[in-house]
Design a protein around this ligand. Structure first.
Ligand code: BYC
Length: 483
């Protein structure tokens, strides 16, 4: 019997969804394919399209040996449709349909809600590629350049994943949504991407590393929540996407870790004890820790907005319908219905930030955001602060209060400092540059962004990684530019 999970690698579109036996879907995807390539050429990485890049390509959905490495020109990357193996007898794990068999087709009553979730998820993938498109010109090393392109092609594959769901399960409106995913543009005034943070600029490599640490981590949390879905194809798609997502967060976590390592080493070499002595630290050609803190403040707060409002009927409906669960829903010991349950939510009441018990169903965005904060905090402590402590400096990076710099939800109406003290508009105006990067800070970082394309060499402001990709040595030529 043929292996149902085996990847068909022979056709135009590698897949394990039986595309060759579904001519209608294959035609739809094959007609979307050239348009996605046009989009990639117009909005994907600027330049480097004919360079050979040492990339990982997914070739299987089994945990062992799921990917292979090799030199590929990015436009030739085999974007494919890969779903995690089907779990026989899988049942819906939460909400009103708990215990019923997971849906293999779209449940009619929830069609619009499901499509919306898939479109929002799908929209973020090309958006991030668009945001990062100019970074190749200033890569701090070939190793980093390769990691950027790896992230980009995999976001491209995640777009394919969502387009597959739209085209396979949503007929004509699914096809239209798939076209719109290529039509919207990050930061465009008329046709912006759907969610706020995906219309922000990613102007430099520090922003890229912060984005992959903080914003890709929202991706992790949202994909986990969707991986619990009672709509089985969405669950299986998201489960496989999570395999790739881990590397993206590694890029951010280790990228900022290497920046910190380099800064601490330069401070030590120059005999600088005070991390706040910004002028002297910057004179070493490295990024001072207070600037890193401000960048972290910015990216963390922008990412919190991606969780939507603390109290949300959309989230309650999606859970009750069995479409979007909680983080690690299947490991939570409760009734998975949440009717009558409560959850503590931070609210703004009478000009103060207070904790209030809210209906757990309405507070699901808040809960996912709390799980996110715990996850992000552990990365900051275990990676970044450990490097600073080991280097012997009395400085800690921290995450700002959730009320800081918010544009969505409960705290969008106020200004607060990173400790969560509410500030008047005038004080915020006066002090914002203490908390968020100023034009000067950004100018300094921009001034460091010069390309370093020699194999084994790294820009002044970042340390080499501990280990190469795929066990490659330090001077490996991850990107062959001259093609
Ligand atoms: N910007 O009830 P509410 C990733 C809208 S990242 C603009 O508060 P809801 C990745 C909302 O759409 C993960 N609009 O929130 C990372 C709604 O509008 P409608 C992406 C916003 O619906 C890096 C209204 O406000 N995946 O994968 O419960 C690189 C009221 O909304 C925003 C997902 O997000 C915003 N920030 O939750 C690459 C998962 N926030 O519908 C990739 C799918 C809210 O009334 N999406 N609004 O017109 C969802 O689960 C939900 O849509 C959200 C919002 C969590 C985003």
């Amino acid at each position: 019997m043929p292996d149902a999970n085996a990847v068909d690698y022979d056709g135009l579109i590698p897949n394990n969804v039986g595309l060759s036996a579904d001519p209608r879907l294959r035609r739809a995807l094959e007609s979307w394919h050239p348009r996605s390539l046009e989009w990639w050429k117009a909005c994907g990485p600027e330049g480097f399209q004919s360079s050979l890049v040492y990339l990982r390509t997914a070739i299987s959905v089994e945990p062992e040996g799921w990917a292979k490495f090799g030199y590929v020109k990015m436009p030739d990357y085999r974007w494919g449709i890969l779903l995690a193996p089907r779990v026989e007898g899988r049942a819906i794990g939460f909400g009103a349909h708990r215990g019923e068999p997971a849906w293999q087709e779209v449940p009619g009553e929830y069609r619009a809600m499901l499509r919306r979730l898939i479109v929002v998820q799908g929209d973020t993938e090309p958006a991030s590629v668009e945001q990062q498109r100019r970074l190749g010109a200033t890569a701090p090393s070939l190793y980093d350049l390769r990691n950027l392109f790896q992230v980009n092609v995999e976001e491209g594959r995640h777009l394919w994943a969502m387009v597959y769901l739209l085209q396979k399960y949503f007929g004509r409106d699914g096809r239209e949504e798939a076209e719109d995913l290529l039509r919207r543009r990050s930061g465009d005034r008329d046709t912006p991407r759907l969610l706020g943070a995906f219309n922000e600029a990613t102007p430099d490599w520090l922003a890229f590393f912060m984005f992959t640490f903080f914003t890709d981590r929202d991706g992790k949390m949202q994909l986990h929540a969707l991986a619990q879905s009672g709509f089985d194809p969405l669950s299986r798609t998201c489960r496989f996407m999570l395999t790739e997502e881990a590397h993206h967060m590694f890029v951010g976590q280790s990228g900022i870790g290497r920046v910190i390592e380099r800064t601490c080493a330069a401070m030590r070499d120059a005999g600088i004890d005070d991390p706040h002595d910004i002028e002297r630290v910057r004179a070493q050609g490295v990024i001072d820790l207070p600037t890193l803190q401000k960048r972290a403040n910015l990216h963390f707060s922008l990412t919190l907005d991606l969780f939507g409002s603390e109290i949300s009927t959309n989230a309650a409906n999606a859970f009750d319908a069995g479409l979007k669960g909680r983080f690690q829903e299947d490991q939570i010991a409760d009734d998975h219905l949440l009717v009558g349950a409560s959850y503590p939510v931070l609210r703004l009441k009478g000009g103060r930030i207070v904790t209030e018990q809210a209906a757990a169903l309405s507070a699901l965005n808040m809960r996912l955001r709390d799980d996110y904060v715990t996850d992000a905090l552990s990365g900051v402590e275990r990676w970044w602060n450990r490097i600073i402590a080991r280097a012997g400096f009395d400085y800690r990076l921290h995450l700002p209060h959730v009320a800081f710099n918010r544009h969505i939800g409960e705290f969008a109406a106020i200004e607060a400092d990173p400790e969560g003290n509410i500030l008047g508009a005038a004080e915020w105006q006066r002090r914002a540059h203490e908390f968020l990067p100023s034009a000067d800070d950004d100018g300094f970082v921009a001034g460091l962004m010069r390309p370093c394309y020699e194999p084994g060499r790294f820009a002044s402001w970042i340390a080499p990684p501990r280990a190469g990709i795929d066990g490659k040595p330090g001077d490996f030529e991850y990107v062959k530019l001259q093609r």
